[in-house]
Design a protein around this ligand. Structure first.
Ligand SMILES: Cc1ncc(C[n+]2csc(CCOP(=O)(O)OP(=O)(O)O)c2C)c(N)n1
Length: 370
C-alpha cells in the first residue's frame, strides 16, 4: 500500500526492501556443520588443511605479537584474533599477481601473500625496511589513514584493467572506515569504471570504542555498495568457507570484466583496538565477548576438519611449534636490521629529490658521519 503522503511514493518501503535483501551468507555454521552444501567451494583436502594451518599460525602470531609489544620489542600493533577467517580465507582466494592494499590490522594477509615476517615486525617498529616490499610481492604497506586504501585500490585496479592484466586489487577496511569519504569515493569510482577490485569491510563491531550501531543508520554496510552500483554481499566473517567462496566469486567476476564487489564480513575482534592502550572492558561486556567467541572461526573449522579426519591435536601442535620457531627467527632478523637513520628516510622518498630534501640530505649525511 502506498504511504499516506502527497507524492504517493514510499521511500521508507524502498529502503526496507533493500535492507531485507541482505541476508547473512554462511556455509559452515558455529557447530562446524555445512549448512549450505550447494555453495561449498569444495576445496581439496590439502587446501582445507593449509587454510586451517594458516589460521592457527596467525592466532599464535597474534598472541606473540601482543606479548612482544608488551615487552617493548614491537611498536604499533593491531590485534587480529577473531578475524582470521575474514582475513585469511579472503587472501586464500587470491592469486599471486593480485594486489593487496591492507589497513593497519591486515598484516596477516600481506604476510601470507609473501611479505617476509621480519619485515612485518620492522613495519611495527616504524623502520623504513618494513615498507620496502620485495619485488614480485604484490602488497602495499598497511594504510593508517582510515579508508584511504579504498581510493588507492580503485586506482591500482584501473591500472590493471588498462594493462589488460587478469588480476585484481583487493582492499580492507573496518566498519568505522565505511563512514569515511574515501570509502565512498573509492567504491563509486570503481563502479563507474568497472575496475577489477574487491572491497572488504571487516565489520568487527567496533571502531575503537564506537559500536557499529552508532556508526551508521544503514542496517548493513554491504548495502552501501548498492548506491555505487556494485554487487554487494553480507557474509559471516567467522566462516572461512563462506568468506573464501564470496571472495573467489568476486575475483572471478572482476577478472571477467564484470567490475568490483563490496563484501561485508561480520566478525569480532577479541583483543583491544591496538596495543596503544584502549581498554575494551570499558565499552564491551564479557557476555558479548563470549557470545562471539562461540562463533570462533578456528573452533568451527577445527570441528569440521576433525570430522573429515583431516585434523587432530598432533597436527595442530606441529603448526604451533612451527609458528613459534619462525616468529623467533623473524624477530631475531628484525633485531639485526641496521638502526634507522634520518638519511635512510630521505633516501627512500623520491627517485629524484626536490632541492629542499637534497639540502636536508646533505645536512644529515654530514651529521651522521660524525
Ligand atoms: C582519517 C583517519 N581518521 C581517524 C583516524 C584514527 N583512527 C584510527 S583507527 C580508528 C577506528 C577505525 O575503526 P574501523 O574502521 O572499524 O576498523 P578496526 O580498527 O575496527 O579494524 C580511528 C578513528 C585515522 N587513523 N585516520
Amino acid at each position: 500500500m502506498a504511504a499516506n503522503n502527497s507524492t504517493q511514493l514510499d521511500p521508507k518501503k524502498t529502503l526496507q526492501e533493500i535492507e531485507e535483501k541482505f541476508e547473512m551468507f554462511q556455509i559452515l555454521n558455529e557447530e562446524g556443520t555445512i549448512v549450505n552444501e550447494e555453495a561449498n567451494p569444495n576445496l581439496s583436502d590439502e587446501e582445507l588443511v593449509e587454510l586451517m594451518s594458516r589460521m592457527v599460525y596467525t592466532r599464535i602470531l597474534d598472541q606473540r605479537s601482543i606479548s612482544l609489544n608488551r615487552q617493548g620489542r614491537l611498536g604499533f600493533y593491531a590485534p587480529t584474533a577473531g578475524q582470521e577467517a575474514s582475513q585469511l580465507a579472503s587472501q586464500f582466494a587470491l592469486e599471486k599477481e593480485d594486489f593487496i592494499l591492507p589497513g593497519y590490522r591486515d598484516v596477516p594477509q600481506i604476510v601470507w601473500h609473501g611479505l617476509p615476517l621480519w619485515q612485518a615486525f620492522l613495519f611495527s617498529r616504524g623502520h623504513f625496511m618494513g615498507n620496502q616490499i620485495p619485488e614480485g610481492v604484490n602488497v602495499f604497506p598497511p594504510q593508517i589513514i582510515i579508508g584511504a586504501q579504498f581510493i588507492q585500490a580503485a586506482g591500482v585496479a584501473l591500472g590493471m584493467q588498462k594493462r589488460g592484466k587478469k588480476a585484481i586489487a583487493i582492499t580492507y577496511t573496518g566498519d568505522g572506515g565505511s563512514s569515511q569519504g574515501d570509502f565512498y569515493e573509492g567504491i563509486n569510482f570503481a563502479g563507474a569504471f568497472r575496475v577489477p577490485a574487491v572491497f572488504i569491510v571487516q565489520n568487527n563491531q567496533y571502531a575503537i570504542s564506537t559500536p557499529r550501531e552508532l556508526q551508521t543508520a544503514a542496517k548493513t554496510i554491504a548495502q552501501k555498495g548498492i548506491a555505487a552500483g556494485i554487487p554487494s554481499v553480507l557474509v559471516d566473517g567467522m566462516d572461512p568457507l563462506a568468506v573464501y567462496a564470496v571472495t573467489k566469486d568476486a575475483r572471478d567476476r572482476a577478472i571477467n570484466g564484470e567490475g568490483p564487489t563490496l563484501i561485508e564480513t561480520v566478525c569480532y575482534r577479541y583483543g583491544p583496538h591496538t596495543m596503544a592502550g584502549d581498554d575494551p572492558t570499558r565499552y564491551r561486556t564479557s557476555e558479548t565477548d563470549s557470545a562471539w567467541e562461540k562463533r570462533d572461526p578456528l573452533v568451527r573449522f577445527r570441528t569440521y576438519l576433525e570430522g573429515k579426519g583431516l585434523w587432530n591435536e598432533e597436527k595442530e601442535a606441529e603448526v604451533i611449534e612451527k609458528a613459534k620457531e619462525e616468529i623467533k627467527d623473524a624477530i631475531k632478523k628484525a633485531d639485526s636490521a641496521p638502526k634507522q637513520k634520518v638519511t635512510d628516510l630521505i633516501n627512500i622518498m623520491y627517485d629524484e629529490n626536490p632541492y629542499n630534501l637534497d639540502e636536508q640530505l646533505a645536512y644529515y649525511t654530514e651529521k651522521e658521519s660524525k
